[in-house]
Design a protein around this ligand. Structure first.
Ligand code: ADP
Ligand code: ZN
Length: 435
C-alpha cells in the first residue's frame, strides 16, 4: 500500500496544482517586489511590474536570478523579511565557489521539513522506523532537513551527522536503524566498511536509504542496494531553495517528484534562457512559491535535467525530474569535448569496478591531459604488471567509446583513493590553477 505524508497535495489533479501555483505566484511576486530592492531593480530593468504577473503563464516575463546575483547580494541583499522574523541560517557547501547563505523564518523551516517528510514517507518511512541521519549537521542543509522531516514523520531519529563510520555501524546495528539518510558516496563507503567487517546484507537492519546532495548513477544505486540490502531513493535540493526535499523519489524509482506546490519548475536553454517544452533537456530553474525570508524567483540551478508529467504508479501527480547528471559547471571541456564525471562512473560500474575514482585534468603545452585513477578490485591486486596494463587499456577504450576522447587510465591499489563522508570530490582540474 502506498502511503503519503500530505495526500491531498501529493495526488492533486494537475489543473488544481496549477491553479494553486498561479495564486501563490501572484502573491509571491508582490512580496518580493515590495521587500527585495535587488530583485525590484531587476524587474524594473526588464520593465515588468507585479501587475503583469497574473498566473504561471506569465512566469517567463520575470527576470532570472543566478548564483552570481546571490554572491553580489551577499549576505542580506535578497532577504525579504526582517532578521527579527528569521530563525535560521544555512549555507551552501561551496562545491563550486564562494558560499551562499540562506535565511529561514519558522514557516520556511516547517515547509522544508514537510517536504523532507514527504520523501521519508515515500521511501516507506513511518513512526515505526528508526531513521539514521548521516548527512552533515551544521551549516550544510542535509542534516537539518532530514532530521526535521524524520521528526515530522514520527520516526525515532538518530542524529549521527556524517563521519565516524565505525560508530555509524555500531549504532545502526545496536539500535536497529531501518532508514539511513546520507550522500550516496558516503552510503557506498558505509556499505564497503560493513562488508569488510563481515556483515552480509541480510544482517543489516536497514530497509531503505534516502541519498542525495550530489549526482549518482543508476549503476551506483544498484551497487548500494546490493551491499546494504535496501531500496535506495534519490532526493534533491539546494540550499538556495531550502535544502534537500525539493524533489524526492517514490517506489517507482524513475525520477523524483518535485514538491511543486512549493517549488515551480521550468527547464530553460542554458545559453539563450529560452523556456523549453516539457521533456526537453536543459537547465532547471525554480521559483519558490511559499518561502518568506529568502524567496528566490526564477533561480537558475545550473543543474541539467528533464521534466516529465507521465503518470506514476505511486499515485502522485507531482511533476517529475530526471536524475540531474551533473551541473553545467561540473562539465569539463577536455580537448574540446564535453565530459561529465557521471559518464566515467557509468563506464566503471558497467566494467565491474567500484565507483572509487578521481579525474585529473591538466594542460601540457597546448594539449589537455586527461588521467583517470581507478581503484582495482581486491582480486586484481595480485595481477601481473602486463595483466594490469591490459585492464587499463580495456578501461580506457570503454571510456573512449562513451566520451569520444581517450583518457589515460591508472589502476591504483584498493582503498588508495580517499573516501568521502559528504560530497565526493571527483575532479581535480589543474588547468584552473594555471589560469
Ligand atoms: P553546493 O552548490 O555548494 O554544492 P548545496 O549543498 O546547496 O551547495 O548543493 C546543491 C547542489 O547539489 C544542487 O544544485 C545539485 O547540483 C546537487 N544535488 C543535490 N541533490 C542532488 C541529487 N539527488 N542528484 C544530483 N545532484 C544533486
Ligand atoms: Zn511516483
Amino acid at each position: 500500500m502506498q502511503n503519503y505524508y500530505q495526500k491531498e497535495i501529493e495526488t492533486m489533479p494537475v489543473e488544481q496544482i496549477e491553479a494553486l501555483q498561479s495564486e501563490k505566484l501572484v502573491k509571491q511576486v508582490k512580496h518580493v517586489y515590495e521587500n527585495v530592492p535587488y530583485y525590484r531593480d531587476l524587474m524594473d530593468k526588464k520593465g515588468v511590474t507585479p501587475d503583469d504577473i497574473k498566473g504561471i503563464e506569465d512566469l517567463h516575463k520575470l527576470p532570472f536570478l543566478s548564483k552570481a546575483d546571490l554572491r553580489d547580494a551577499y549576505p542580506y541583499g535578497l532577504l525579504a523579511k526582517p532578521l527579527s522574523e528569521c530563525v535560521r541560517i544555512h549555507s551552501t557547501s561551496g562545491t563550486t565557489g564562494k558560499r551562499v547563505v540562506a535565511f529561514y523564518t519558522q514557516n520556511d523551516v516547517d515547509m522544508w521539513e514537510d517536504c523532507c517528510a514527504r520523501a521519508i514517507v515515500a521511501a516507506g518511512g513511518t513512526n515505526e522506523d528508526v531513521c539514521q541521519v548521516a548527512y552533515g549537521y551544521g551549516l550544510f542543509t542535509g542534516g537539518a532537513g532530514l532530521h526535521g522531516g524524520s521528526h515530522k514523520v514520527g520516526c525515532l531519529t538518530l542524529p549521527m551527522s556524517s563521519g565516524n563510520t565505525d560508530r555509524q555501524i555500531q549504532f545502526m546495528n545496536d539500535l536497529g536503524a531501518t532508514i539511513i539518510c546520507c550522500t550516496p558516496s558516503y552510503a557506498a563507503y558505509i556499505g564497503e566498511t560493513l562488508e569488510e567487517q563481515g556483515f552480509t546484507p541480510d544482517q543489516i537492519p536497514l530497509k531503505a536509504g534516502i541519498f542525495g546532495a550530489e549526482p549518482w548513477t543508476e549503476e551506483m544505486r544498484r551497487g548500494i542496494e546490493k551491499t546494504l540490502g535496501i531500496k535506495a531513493y534519490d532526493i534533491y535540493g539546494l540550499t538556495e531553495t531550502s535544502g534537500p526535499g525539493v524533489a524526492f523519489e517514490c517506489c517507482e524509482q524513475t525520477g523524483m517528484h518535485i514538491n511543486e506546490d512549493h517549488f515551480l519548475a521550468e527547464i530553460i536553454d542554458p545559453d539563450t534562457g529560452e523556456v523549453l517544452p516539457l521533456g526537453s533537456k536543459g537547465e532547471l530553474v525554480f521559483t519558490a512559491l511559499d518561502k518568506e525570508a529568502f524567496p528566490l524567483l526564477r533561480y537558475r540551478t545550473r543543474d541539467i535535467c528533464v521534466l516529465s508529467r507521465e503518470k506514476c504508479s505511486c499515485g502522485r501527480t507531482l511533476i517529475k525530474m530526471a536524475k540531474p547528471m551533473g551541473r553545467s559547471d561540473d562539465m569539463m571541456i577536455i580537448r574540446g569535448v564535453n565530459v561529465f564525471p557521471s559518464q566515467i562512473e557509468t563506464v566503471l560500474l558497467n566494467e565491474g569496478y567500484q565507483p572509487n575514482y578521481q579525474i585529473i585534468v591538466d594542460r601540457k603545452g597546448n594539449t589537455d591531459t586527461f588521467d583517470v585513477n581507478v581503484e582495482m578490485n581486491a582480486d586484481q591486486f595480485s595481477d601481473t604488471v602486463s595483466g594490469v596494463t591490459a585492464k587499463e587499456k580495456a578501461l580506457a577504450n570503454a571510456m573512449k567509446i562513451m566520451l569520444g576522447i581517450n583518457p589515460t587510465v591508472h589502476l591504483v591499489a584498493p582503498k588508495s583513493i580517499v573516501r568521502s563522508e559528504g560530497k565526493a570530490v571527483r575532479v581535480i582540474d589543474k588547468r584552473k590553477l594555471h589560469d
